[in-house]
Design a protein around this ligand. Structure first.
Ligand SMILES: C[S@@+](CC[C@H](N)C(=O)[O-])C[C@H]1O[C@@H](n2cnc3c(N)ncnc32)[C@H](O)[C@@H]1O
Length: 268
């Protein structure tokens, strides 16, 4: 059996009891599991399966060990155009200057998603709604992602959906990539955060939860996390999922589509 097939076999065994979708984990997850096996002084995947069966704490930590950290700026560009032209102006008209707009990105990775929100604000919303305020919170489990977000240095594919105008206005070219200007970096407050354990900020106007709960989680885990996210939204709050994601039974009964095409929802 190839290394990939052995890892698939391992995933098929350990993921279902944890309500995780085994098909979604990639090479990077395999490397992390192998490093953990080595750290524990075990001999291989079968040995690690036995270890997981005997150690509840290790099993509880497995979703975070398998964790995939892939993102990019303005991922699924058409969604951002829709948010900037329709959804966010609607919220801003409603709340006016009574308070800041509150946006959170759950699983904010290296900052690509919350910084895209900041760039959308700078380029489309601030000029149309001068004087209004925005609070963006980036919530992320992975410490190295948080460090990269703080540095704001990006290269390659991560920037492929950024408009050239935005790139030249808000990034500075450096050797090997581009650094986001401090003025934009300061707009996002990042927090080390575990969705499975920590409390979410309350009263949010818009929450991004893309390619996390609705990609990797199943069953009770997904239902519990959906309820948790819904409780972070205010009455007319908006939940944004990834274009390849779909609320299924039973979560779909907790969410009403605002746009089925863009995977934008409101609590039922
Ligand atoms: C596949 S990436 C998606 C990033 C971004 N939302 C996007 O759609 O481009 C999933 C992110 O969620 C983070 N993550 C995974 N489990 C988490 C948890 N329990 N709490 C917070 N963040 C988590 C990962 O570290 C990773 O950065």
């Amino acid at each position: 059996m190839t290394a990939g097939l052995i890892f698939d076999h391992f995933l098929k065994k350990v993921c279902p009891p944890l309500d995780l979708d085994w098909r979604k984990y990639r090479r990077a997850s395999q490397r992390k599991v192998l490093a953990r096996i080595q750290e524990l002084g075990l001999t291989g995947f079968s040995d690690y399966v036995r270890y997981l069966e005997m150690n509840q704490e290790e099993a509880d930590a497995l979703p975070n060990l398998l964790n995939v950290t892939v993102s990019r700026f303005f991922r699924e560009k058409a969604l951002w155009d829709y948010l900037g032209s329709t959804i966010l102006p609607g919220i801003l008209c409603r709340i006016g200057s009574s308070r800041p707009l509150r946006v959170s990105s759950i699983g904010s990775c290296n900052g690509e998603e919350p910084y895209s929100m900041a760039l959308l604000w700078k380029s489309m919303l601030q000029p149309a709604f001068p004087g209004l305020e925005l609070i963006i919170t980036g919530l992320e489990l992975d410490q190295s992602c948080l460090k990269r977000a703080a540095k704001g240095f990006y290269s390659g594919k991560t920037l492929r959906e950024v408009d050239p105008g935005l790139l030249s206005a808000w990034f500075v070219r450096e050797s090997g990539g581009y650094r986001l200007k401090a003025e934009v970096r300061r707009m996002v407050q990042f927090k080390k955060f575990d969705l499975l354990k920590n409390r979410l900020p309350r009263d949010q106007d818009l929450v991004f939860c893309r390619y996390l709960v609705f990609t990797y989680f199943h069953g009770q885990r997904r239902l519990n996390m959906t309820k948790k996210i819904i409780s972070a939204l205010n009455q007319k709050g908006i939940l944004v999922l990834g274009q390849k994601e779909e609320p299924e039974f039973p979560e779909k009964y907790l969410l009403t589509p605002v746009s089925q095409a863009f995977k934008v929802y409101q609590p039922e």
